[in-house]
Design a protein around this ligand. Structure first.
Ligand code: 0O2
Length: 225
């Protein structure tokens, strides 16, 4: 680091401003944790009701995450915005993330519709990568939702990204994420062969998901949902 940069770094921050910003950021992250809890409870309620009504659970498991500060910073920078609480709330939809892993393909649409029909949920955007998989083979159903959360200062609409997928889709996406996603392997020698293999494995998962769905349809007692 040269002298100029070092002195700028040491002299510029006003300690009080820094403390205020840190407090604002952690306050906002607390709000995102709360919207995750709201959405997770809604999903668990639906799953509980299903297990009583239909003697099975459409949801295998739910995973949640808050986007890491470095990723928030990178995404805002990519979009051309400064790293401020206001910009995070206004421009990012995926700080709060909820991943719902379902048993069967039709469970995905059942869960998505039941959520979308709740009158306190506003669906901002849907990307159906099951009907329209990404070129690399990625499949999942994505919803950006806005849910009111009641804090002492009043009701605040908070946004969250919900990714709904089968166990098979999740298995593939998790491994592909480790192997490739954001790792810049596109520049590697032999990338085309790797890409073909990933597509082939994605196709195998599609076939397995479809077969399991067909078997479920054949077993009539699962069919009356
Ligand atoms: P992370 O690390 O999971 O948080 P946008 O959010 O709209 O700016 P984009 O790409 O248009 O960006 O949104 P999209 O397509 O809905 O994808 C967002 C998330 O879906 C990603 O979040 C991943 O979690 C997942 N995803 C999308 N494409 C792929 C893929 O090809 N492979 C895998 N494994 N996951 C994918 P983040 O923030 O990029 O990453």
């Amino acid at each position: 680091m040269d002298e100029k940069t070092e002195s700028t770094w040491l002299e510029t921050p006003d300690p009080q401003l820094f403390i205020n910003n840190v407090a604002k950021f952690s306050d906002l992250m607390m709000m995102y944790r709360c919207v995750i809890r709201e959405v997770q409870t809604k999903l668990e309620v639906l799953d509980d009701e299903f297990s009583v009504e239909y003697k099975r659970n459409p949801i295998s498991f739910i995973k949640t995450r808050i986007k890491k500060p470095e990723s928030i910073y990178r995404k805002l920078k990519k979009l051309g915005y400064d790293f401020t609480a206001e910009n995070i709330q206004e421009h990012l939809n995926d700080v709060a993330g909820i991943r719902v892993v379902c048993a069967f393909i039709d469970d995905i649409y059942t869960v998505a519709n039941l959520l979308a029909n709740q009158d306190d949920i506003k669906v901002i955007n849907v990307k159906d990568y099951i009907k329209n998989p990404k070129p690399n083979g990625y499949r999942s159903y994505h919803m950006i939702v806005e849910v009111p959360v009641f804090f002492s200062k009043g009701k605040t609409p908070m946004r969250a990204e919900i990714q709904i997928r089968t166990n098979g889709m999740d298995f593939w996406a998790t491994l592909e994420h480790q192997l490739r996603y954001k790792k810049g392997i596109e520049e590697m020698d032999g990338y085309d062969a790797i890409s073909d293999e990933l597509m082939r494995s994605a196709q195998a998962v599609i076939e397995m998901d479809n077969e399991m769905q067909n078997i479920k349809n054949m077993i009539g007692r699962f069919h009356d949902i």
